[in-house]
Design a protein around this ligand. Structure first.
Ligand SMILES: Nc1ncnc2c1ncn2[C@@H]1O[C@H](COP(=O)(O)OP(=O)(O)OP(=O)(O)O)[C@@H](O)[C@H]1O
Length: 272
């Protein structure tokens, strides 16, 4: 293995949509991220992998504005930007779907997809917005459009209660909610971790659909089979630092596992 393996550098790398450089993060005495570089292009699924404690979640939370970095530069389409809170990230089109999904079990799909931005009926302007009746039909139409965009075929009705849906359907709803807003970057944290075979398939199809609709997708997973099915490139972190980034088509699961657990055998640490 050598630095040749690093496909992030060179003319074949797609132009990044989101790029960060030199990200540093300490939690007290823990040096969680040590000058990490990371990028993802539109129309690309970039897998972010590493052993437990490698720094994947910390990096993702920094990109989502949920944590602030101690140092580092952020770029959208190579223009410098600031991400210091979730509002900044949202305004830049960066959305994250956490493992717990944060769906409201007692509400239906349509209501979950509209949470925080519920359409209200016209003709009630004399009332404060919060008191105006919801436009249920509009909510349903918007939800159906979001589900259709992602081609979630197993969902019978957007009026179904989320509490009664399968894990795969819930994951798809959480993704649909994230991409409902103006969104160009979607980050998914272990989206198939708790799912069986059929549900995993459904979620991987949604991830591919995101790529096909020109989103930049960051995909955190420990599952090599899923990673090799869905990703275009694989960025490996180890002990809070870059190991390297590979084109998925030019590497193997064994090579990635070795990189995750032992780094590159030539001793290189940050090939990106
Ligand atoms: N809030 C925090 N306070 C203190 N240390 C933290 C905090 N969050 C993360 N860390 C530490 O930072 C390092 C990186 O953690 P992180 O959760 O980013 O790793 P990870 O690659 O996502 O791991 P996993 O696959 O287990 O989720 C670890 O040593 C972890 O203990």
């Amino acid at each position: 293995m050598s630095l040749e393996n690093n496909k992030q550098v060179g003319p074949t790398a797609p132009p990044p949509h989101l790029r960060v450089a030199g990200i540093e993060k300490r939690f007290g005495g823990v040096h969680a991220l040590k000058g990490v570089d990371f990028e993802v292009a539109r129309g690309e699924v970039m897998a972010l992998v590493g052993d437990n404690g490698a720094g994947k979640s910390t990096l993702m939370k920094i990109l989502a504005g949920a944590l602030t970095s101690d140092e580092g530069d952020f770029f959208i389409d190579e223009k410098p930007v600031v991400i210091s809170n979730p509002h900044d990230a949202g305004a830049l089109g960066i959305q994250i779907v956490y493992q717990d999904l944060a769906l409201c079990e007692n509400l239906d799909v349509a209501a979950n997809l509209s949470l925080g931005a519920e359409p209200v009926k016209s003709g009630w302007q004399f009332l404060p917005r919060i008191l105006r009746p919801l436009d249920d039909l509009e909510m349903e139409v918007r939800a159906q459009a979001a589900i259709d965009r992602l081609q979630v075929r197993t969902l019978k009705s957007v009026r179904a209660k989320v509490g009664g849906l399968s894990g795969g359907q819930r994951q798809a709803i959480a993704i649909a909610r994230a991409v409902g807003a103006e969104c160009s970057v979607v980050m998914l944290d272990e989206p198939t971790a708790a799912l069986g075979v059929a549900q995993t398939r459904q979620v991987l199809d949604v991830v591919k659909r995101l790529r096909d609709t020109d989103h930049a997708v960051v995909y955190i997973s420990h599952n090599m089979r899923d990673i090799f099915e869905v990703s275009d490139r694989i960025c490996v972190l180890r002990h809070g630092a870059n190991v390297a980034t590979w084109k998925t088509s030019e590497t193997t699961a064994d090579e990635i596992v070795v990189a995750m657990t032992a780094g590159l055998d030539n001793g290189a640490n940050n090939a990106a």
